[in-house]
Design a protein around this ligand. Structure first.
Ligand code: KIV
Ligand code: NA
Length: 264
């Protein structure tokens, strides 16, 4: 099978085929995920927490993401690779362009940035310059200090309405994929129906077009704790390859995420 493209992901949404995504930071895991048919690998700035041991994603730099993107790209043949633009690396459109270029040269196929309609100019400019963009709304961990902790977002009606407006504005600006993190199931469903681009959820219930997990959470190896919205797929399988296949099967059959992994 050929490399997964943004148009393939758009077609999967149209045909109501679930998209399975996971984070990856190195060549060995990327090869396993690629062979299991995972459509999207995210080189997430979560690496600041699960690899580097920080208590937030803020210390992560463009160089860190580029290093791990090159490792993932060395073995990922079919999976689309998204690289996170880390904290303050896209504070201006010019910074977004040059830092996104570094990540694309390292092997990314798309970049992801966190935030709402203030990013419109950067998104338009990136797409015009040939760089596909994934948005990220809801609990955006780079803003943890503004939120005052890792909390479910979009529960108040005005916040939910603002999130839907941001999602539509980003789609208009040209994002081709949207990650929605830690929002109530009903809001995730509303956003998924409002957009023609695929919406990938984490802690956003089963009605999104796909799911993403941090790989350490999916294998129960995160230092500290496993978030409510995640599941340890190694328990039932005892094998990394089988665990990834089970995750994909349960996303496709809408068994995962269950109500116990969702917010209302
Ligand atoms: O950095 C990351 O792993 C992410 C996912 C949680 C979506 O942004
Ligand atoms: Na991230």
């Amino acid at each position: 099978m050929a490399k997964v493209s943004v148009s393939r992901l758009a077609k999967m949404k149209q045909e109501q085929e679930k998209i399975t995504c996971i984070t990856a930071y190195d060549a060995s895991f990327a090869a396993i995920f690629d062979q299991a048919g995972i459509q999207v690998l995210l080189v997430g700035d979560s690496l600041g927490m699960v690899l580097q041991g920080h208590d937030s994603t803020l210390p992560v730099t463009v160089e860190h993401i580029a290093y791990h993107t090159a490792a993932v790209a060395s073995t990922a043949e079919k999976s689309l690779i998204i690289a996170d633009l880390p904290f303050m690396s896209y504070a201006t459109p010019e910074q977004a362009y040059s830092n996104a270029a570094t990540l694309m040269r390292a092997g990314a196929n798309m970049v992801k940035l966190e935030g709402g309609d203030w990013l419109n100019e950067s998104v338009i400019g990136l797409v015009q310059r040939g760089i596909p963009v994934c948005g990220h709304l809801g609990l955006t961990p780079q803003s943890v200090n503004v939120f005052g902790g890792y909390k479910v977002q979009g529960r108040a009606e005005e916040h939910a309405n603002k999130l839907v407006e941001d999602a539509l504005a980003l789609q208009e600006a040209g994002i081709q994929l949207l990650v929605l993190e830690c929002v109530p199931v009903a809001l995730a469903e509303r956003v998924t129906k409002a957009l023609h681009i695929p919406v990938i959820g984490i802690g956003a219930g089963t009605e999104t077009d796909g799911q993403i997990l941090v790989m350490h959470d999916a294998f129960g190896i995160s230092a500290g704790f496993c978030p409510k919205f995640s599941k340890n797929f190694l328990v039932e399988t005892g094998d990394i390859r089988r665990a990834v296949e089970l995750y994909k099967e349960q996303v496709e059959s809408k068994i995962f995420p269950g109500a116990e992994h969702s917010f209302y």
